[in-house]
Write a protein that binds this ligand. Structure first.
Ligand code: AMP
Length: 369
């Protein structure tokens, strides 16, 4: 990850991939042009790198010239294209190929066509290393395209953000998500994760996702997911990974504007932890900490049995199911301590005491992150 001015950018297209695309363009164009000696016209500033690499790959004689246009302000392409240096040589009767670093809205390309309107060139073709189809608003034909990219701001390989980044040999993409705080609240059943999450979500303005709650909601509403989950939950077993992961992904996607998440009851297996890391990565984010509430087994059984008297949860009513849930935790879930410890993200907190005292302990971990 890199920072240019106030924005963060993440690696997007490697130098090797760029090189491959430039080579492909050079071969394709050379084949089409035949014996003509083309004039390649680079559009400054951005195209200086691609033009330089392209002509080195071009296997036959050619000429090179530049025009200089300016369209970007910050990270936005503007309608107002300034012509800073126009054509400086007569191109009458010549085969001209425009070499662009990137085509997004097509505004610069419109200006290029205006420049060539009255030139009596033999042919005018457009080649671009990068192309954003979702942003392109014009009808001009693009004859040669290196790599199609999504409509996100990029820097590097000649492209800049307010002057910086042109010298980077690879392409970086802007990181759009605001900084998120994502916590995994961890611990065996009955450790108090749900109770504490209710306080922490208010205090830190986070979205609380409890996979157990989502399953129970689905059971109550008799959805297909609920029916499937019930057969496992009734025995105190874990719901299969893929079912749980798909559900969790969907819950996260419902909250695109979140400042961050408290994951409660997820992940419970290594596969789920890997899936969560991938999901966070797709949001340009990560899990900041796993905070574990540590409570002795016998206290857990006592707490769950007493919760079962009022919660209506069938898996809290029966001691053997409770013990099975705790056994599932040690068997399948407790190993996640190692997963997050290896990343220096594991924080154990004593989960015995008053609710307020435990909230204070958890908050001091979060504030220290
Ligand atoms: P909880 O409310 O977190 O105690 O979860 C209640 C039950 O829901 C568990 O015993 C499992 O059957 C199921 N469950 C909740 N979260 C998960 C998960 N991450 N993976 C698999 N099963 C889960």
């Amino acid at each position: 990850m890199i920072k240019l001015h106030d924005k963060h950018f993440k690696p997007f297209i490697s130098a090797t991939e760029i090189n491959d695309a430039v080579q492909r363009l050079a071969v394709e164009i050379a084949n089409d042009v035949g014996d003509e000696i083309p004039v390649f016209v680079g559009i400054l500033n951005g195209s200086f790198m691609v033009v330089s690499d392209f002509v080195k790959e071009y296997p036959k004689p050619c000429e090179v010239t530049f025009i200089k246009l300016a369209s970007y302000e910050g990270v936005k392409s503007t309608e107002d294209i300034q012509r800073l240096i126009g054509l400086t040589q007569d191109l009458t009767g010549r085969t001209v190929i425009i070499l662009e670093d990137i085509i997004d809205t097509g505004n610069t390309l419109a200006e290029v066509h205006r420049i060539f309107e009255n030139e009596k060139v033999k042919s005018l073709k457009i080649a671009t290393l990068f192309y954003k189809p979702e942003a392109y608003k014009k009808d001009f034909k693009l004859h040669y395209v290196g790599i199609e990219i999504p409509n996100k701001f990029i820097v590097g390989y000649g492209l800049d953000y307010n002057g910086l980044g042109r010298n980077l040999p690879e392409i970086y993409q802007i990181k759009e998500t605001q900084h998120m705080t994502n916590l995994v609240l961890f611990g065996p059943p009955g450790a108090g994760k749900g109770t504490q999450a209710d306080f922490l979500k208010e205090k830190y303005n986070l979205v609380h996702i409890s996979t157990g709650d989502v399953f129970r909601y689905n059971i109550k509403n008799e959805t297909a997911l609920g029916m499937l989950a019930k057969s496992y939950m009734d025995k105190g077993e874990l719901v299969p990974d893929q079912v749980t992961i798909d559900m969790l992904n969907a819950e996260v996607e419902k909250n695109t504007d979140a400042n961050g998440f408290i994951f409660d009851g997820f992940p419970r297996t290594n596969t789920q932890a890997d899936a969560l890391a991938k999901l966070m990565d797709s949001k340009d984010s990560q899990i900041n900490a796993m905070i574990a509430l540590e409570v002795d087994d016998e206290i857990l059984v006592e707490r769950l049995l007493s919760r079962g008297k009022t919660s209506g949860r069938s898996d809290d009513a029966d001691e053997s199911i409770i013990r099975n849930r705790i056994a599932e935790y040690y068997d399948k879930t407790a190993i996640l301590k190692d997963f997050y410890s290896a990343q220096n993200k594991y924080f154990g907190v004593d989960g015995v005491g008053s609710i307020e005292d435990i909230t204070v302990r958890l908050s001091s971990v979060i504030d220290g992150l």
